[in-house]
Ligand binder design. Structure first.
Ligand SMILES: [Zn+2]
Length: 326
């Protein structure tokens, strides 16, 4: 075997609404070099693409060029794996359908795969995290938006059009809160960052009870959690209500999919037991009886940043190799 032709690196890219991280990663998952670009500086996707491909080219050069760097894996909000496009993202400045993987593949002359955050996260959890050795599990990412990915029989279940796993936009309340997707009563409207803030505001408006939350300069899932840590009863109630809705949504999901585990990731999962205890209680109360006590509810142990990059590299290794230069 000619080992000189085995490529040792891939590029992992994490696109977020505020910044985009690109990294050169070796076969062991070690980050060799990285670059951070401010996504919010580019209201037009064309300018963003030019800058991103230039920065990725620099990382490819650092890795020894196209002979040594194999492919690119990208995590993007509303990323659609089957088409390699960002599809109608409510959280990004670029509207409509953006075929980012194809555009970048043309620029770089190298295979590019793109998926949403939940998909990429689930690859990382399967290869490096809590789902190692599991074939049937769900990863739920919880931040400003809410996504999930279903692993079934050891593979990602994508659905007919590749949109499977939209747990955030399943209805948990008839005529409930308005969601960013246009529907009413979606789980995300209660459990996503904006939903948690709204619950806190509703509780504060409903009574004159004192609460540390009233003195906060900025109400956010993190600052509300900090109030919980100081024993603030109203803040604890915010997460109790959030956990109640979350557990209900997850119980419906698990009753259909029957996973071995549900792994929670994303910023809001850092609320820890303030969120997880009521979620677990509501989950067990609402899940189908034969699954009660059988589904593990786990919080990811991987570092957020590291997990995303590892997942993007796993995605890059999965894509078939392609080169303009062969
Ligand atoms: Zn929705």
């Amino acid at each position: 075997m000619n080992t000189a032709n085995i490529k040792k690196f891939v590029i992992g890219v994490i696109i977020r609404s505020d910044e985009t991280l690109s990294a050169l990663i070796d076969v062991k998952g070690e980050i060799v070099a990285k670059d951070i670009l401010k996504t919010s500086d580019y209201p037009e996707v064309g300018g963003f693409l030019q800058e991103l491909s230039m920065r990725i080219m620099k990382l490819i050069e650092l890795g020894g060029g196209h002979d040594h760097v194999r492919s690119v894996g990208i995590s993007a909000p509303s990323g659609h794996f089957l088409s390699g496009s960002i599809v109608n993202s409510p959280n990004m400045p670029w509207k409509g359908v953006i075929p980012l993987a194809a555009m970048l593949q043309d620029q770089l002359g190298m295979a590019v795969a793109l998926a949403n955050n939940a998909y990429v996260t689930s690859l990382a959890e399967h290869s490096f995290g809590s789902a190692r050795g599991m074939n049937d599990f769900i990863v739920v990412t919880l931040g400003s938006g809410m996504g999930s990915c279903i692993f079934s029989n050891g593979r990602v279940h994508q659905g007919y059009d590749g949109f499977a796993g939209e747990i955030g936009h399943t209805c948990v309340m008839t005529n409930g809160r308005q969601c960013g997707c246009g529907k009413k009563g979606c789980l995300e409207a209660y459990v996503g960052a904006k939903g948690i803030i709204r619950t806190a505001k509703e509780l504060m408006e409903a009574s004159d009870e004192p609460s540390l939350m009233r003195n906060l300069e900025k109400l956010s899932p993190r600052t509300i959690k900090e109030c919980c840590d100081q024993g603030d009863q109203m803040a604890i109630e915010v997460y109790r209500r959030t956990g109640h809705m979350f557990g209900l949504g997850l119980a419906n999901y698990a009753s259909i999919v029957n996973p071995q585990a549900i792994i929670l990731t994303g910023g809001i999962s850092h609320a820890g037991d303030w969120l997880i205890d009521p979620t677990r209680e509501s989950f067990e109360a609402n899940v189908f009886g034969n699954m009660r006590g059988r589904v593990k509810l786990l919080v990811s142990k991987l570092d957020d940043r590291e997990r995303d990059v590892l997942g993007a590299s796993a995605l890059a290794w999965e894509v078939p190799e392609y080169s303009l230069f062969k």
